[in-house]
Design a protein around this ligand. Structure first.
Ligand code: ADP
Ligand code: ASP
Ligand code: MG
Length: 409
């Protein structure tokens, strides 16, 4: 008898009827003899609706109150799912994050899970009940409600699976697995049967929102077998996120990720002397703004240009900090662009294949897409381009690297 953690995302619990379908699916699994712990998200659109309500009252809402507010979405769905399970004769009990002691740090809206006290969950499983846990939420050491960042129910599911030493963590969503790229942007995208933790982590970090980054990190760290499946179709194998050694299909490129939440800032004509990067990025870091790509040009006329990217939501804040730095340093000017996006190729096979970067640049140049910034690592190449090129860029790269075809490499 296996213990399975099943997570259902917002679309999968988006209406009463869908919640009833989830209940049927959970019961079928239960009837096969497995123990099931379920993690659910809020109904689709609910978290955004709650954030919208708060924004009507305040531009700078208190992070503590925001977490009290946005965590309510998941409290609704755990109760409704338990009612639906009970209606079809399946014993079930719901728990909020606090009730199962999902202990986190106090970083409201992006808290990290530190510990889970699974005693109550284990007792219920032993008593034959399905346990339904609210995703996305936890509680800090002071008893305050915290949330784990957008998409955080994935992380709750993986953390529960790790704590309970589950046999598999299944993420049920509105696609039937992880694709070579977002199928909403490239209809030719192909479902992957397997992807390594390393690649999935890179895809998630570079913008593929099918799994939250921390969920993948957690699964890799605690070796939790993780599978992405459709909650609307039956019988598929989905995509297994597995350790590298197990992977048979070692394609050069596994997928294309993109991130729409990017913005770029440049400070021009900065006097070039030691400490300049620190003087520019220090205050940005102090303001809790995360910097992604950084480019510093070779100096000419004893001055240099310095460019970096930040999350688009922090663009205005970063711009005003940079303008002040520019004045202090006697730089020439500050320019910014919040209409950019990042497209990335990801694949562990890149390590052993040369020429991938040049093929990427050739493909983009044939389409007349200007590359504004480039960054590489062992298993990824990212470019920053104008946001109007997102679809064209993703589709032309998908085609150039034959990602719609099953790999034979
Ligand atoms: P849930 O509400 O179930 O958590 P999400 O919206 O968070 O669902 O994640 C599923 C969505 O992720 C899909 O509908 C798809 O548009 C998007 N997505 C982005 N990149 C990929 C990818 N590489 N493979 C599959 N889906 C992807
Ligand atoms: N409800 C939360 C969100 O919309 C968490 C999740 O769905 O995973 O981000
Ligand atoms: Mg999600």
């Amino acid at each position: 008898m296996a213990l399975i953690v099943q997570k259902f995302g917002g679309t999968s619990v988006g209406s009463v009827e869908r919640i009833q379908n989830v209940a049927q699916r959970v019961k079928r699994h239960r009837d096969q003899g497995d123990d099931v712990v379920v993690v659910v998200s809020a109904m689709s659109g609910e978290t955004n609706r709650l954030i919208g309500l708060a924004k009507e009252i305040s531009d700078t809402p208190s992070p503590r109150e925001m977490d009290v507010l946005v965590s309510t979405g998941e409290q609704v769905t755990i109760a409704l799912l338990c009612l639906a399970l009970q209606e079809i004769g399946c014993a079930a009990r719901s728990y909020t994050g606090a009730q199962v002691h999902i202990l986190t740090d106090s970083a409201h809206s992006k808290a990290r899970i530190m510990d889970i006290d699974h005693a109550r969950v284990c007792a219920d499983i032993k008593a034959g009940r399905v346990v339904v846990v609210a995703g996305f939420q936890g509680v800090d050491q002071h008893g305050d409600i915290t949330t784990l960042g957008r998409g955080g129910s994935d992380t709750t599911a993986v953390a529960m699976a790790a704590a309970l030493d589950a046999d598999e963590c299944q993420i049920f969503t509105d696609v039937d697995g992880v694709y070579t790229t977002d199928p909403r942007v490239e209809p030719q995208a192909r479902k992957l049967n397997r992807i390594t933790f390393e690649e999935m982590l890179e895809m998630a970090s570079l913008g593929s929102k099918v799994l939250q980054i921390r969920a993948v990190e957690f699964a890799g760290k605690y070796n939790v077998p993780l599978r992405v499946l459709s909650s609307f179709e039956d019988g598929g194998e989905g995509t297994l996120i597995s350790l590298e050694e197990d992977v048979v299909e070692a394609a050069k490129i596994s997928g294309i990720a993109f991130n729409r939440d990017e913005a770029k800032l440049t400070i021009r004509g900065v006097p070039d002397h030691p400490g300049i990067a620190y003087q520019i990025l220090g205050p940005i870091g102090d303001a809790n703004i995360e910097v992604d790509m950084i480019v510093q040009n070779i100096a000419h006329d004893d001055t240099t240009d310095f460019t970096f990217t930040v999350n688009r939501s922090e663009y205005n804040k970063a711009l005003s900090i940079l303008e002040k730095i520019s004045a202090d340093l006697g730089a020439r000017e500050v320019v910014g662009d919040d209409k950019i996006i990042k497209i990335s190729l990801v694949g562990v096979g890149m390590r052993s294949h040369a020429g991938i970067a040049s093929k990427m640049f050739e493909t983009l140049s044939k389409e007349g897409i200007n590359i504004q910034m480039i960054s590489t690592s062992e298993i990824k190449i990212s470019v920053v381009v104008d946001e109007k090129y997102l679809e064209l860029g993703v589709r032309s790269l998908h085609d150039a690297f034959d990602l719609a075809e099953e790999s034979t490499a």
